[in-house]
Design a protein around this ligand. Sequence first.
Ligand code: SAH
Ligand code: SF4
Length: 345
Amino acid sequence: MSSPAFLPQLTEQEVRALAQLPLEDLTPRAHAVSLEYHGTSVFLRGLIEATNHCAQNCLYCGIRRNNAKVRRYRLSREEILAIVERGFAFGFRTFVIQGGEDPCYTTEFLASLCEEIKNRTAGKAAITLSFGTKSLAAYRSLARAGADRYLMRFETADPVLHEKLRNGNSLASRLKALDCIRESGLQVGSGFMVGLPGETEETLIQNIMLAGKINMDMGGVGPFIPHPDTPLRCAVQKPIELAIRATALLRLMLPHCHIPATTAAGSLDPLGREKMLAAGANVLMPNITTVEHKKDYQLYPGKICIDESGFQCVSCQAMRIASVGLSISWDRGDALRLKERSHVW
Ligand code: SAH
Ligand code: SF4
């Protein structure tokens, strides 16, 4: 795994020591590091859930191929562009376009979409794509077409668990794809879920170590929420605190990383996103997908904000951000990759 070394990172011993701290001692440390590196700004990214068709069959995911109950949809190029134009006029400067591994969204389709988004926003909007594993050639052509970033979680650092939960896809192949993303010049987003069935305390340590090794520019931590129409329907829901602890450890491992307070955290606990922001997160992603499709993109049950437009969510999110002493930033919020800092925790 190539890893541009520009920050001293925590050793495994340090991560183990931090992981033992009570949450009330750990989260203020992480929040302080976030303030030092990112100030009080929380970047807003407009999330567009473009397609819920997926050729993959991950055991944890509500839109997996074998879930026949899902009402499938796929936004057209013009539908996506219309959301982007509205979002751009509203003030968003990053669009995160995500979906399943939909064979109809070819590399050519996505590349042409990126070109048109750049055209219609005078090159001012950053584009993050998240459509799963692709080849180096595909990531390169997306980067050439104007994509700025690519988001693909490694999901879990435990190779045996990974292969089982991702229906035979290996951790090695996911990491190879992340290498290709970096090599293509795209900013690298990754991350993991916490509370997966079969996970141990050691998995969290290894997730943080792997996040450090990948040295990701953006990193998401999502609490796993069992979906009733998946093979993991009977899994036990782990408490939100596990995801808050993981967020704080991730912040201490990667001070420069852009870390979202995830929707899954807000779905599991009404104050989940505020807790993540107070534990080192510095990004929020209002879901600006057309309201009629939001309920059909349920990777996990109980997803919040599915009945209102993401544009309405902004004022609600501004209040949540203010409640933890932070404020909205409408900047693009690119990777701080070139910023060399030393940090002592
Ligand atoms: N298809 C792409 C992107 C969409 S899935 C991909 O798999 O990379 C986005 C993320 O949703 C996944 O990376 C996974 O971490 C998360 N996810 C899926 N099912 C989930 C569940 N049941 N609970 C919480 N997060 C889930
Ligand atoms: Fe498809 Fe992503 Fe869900 Fe896996 S997690 S089934 S790749 S949408």
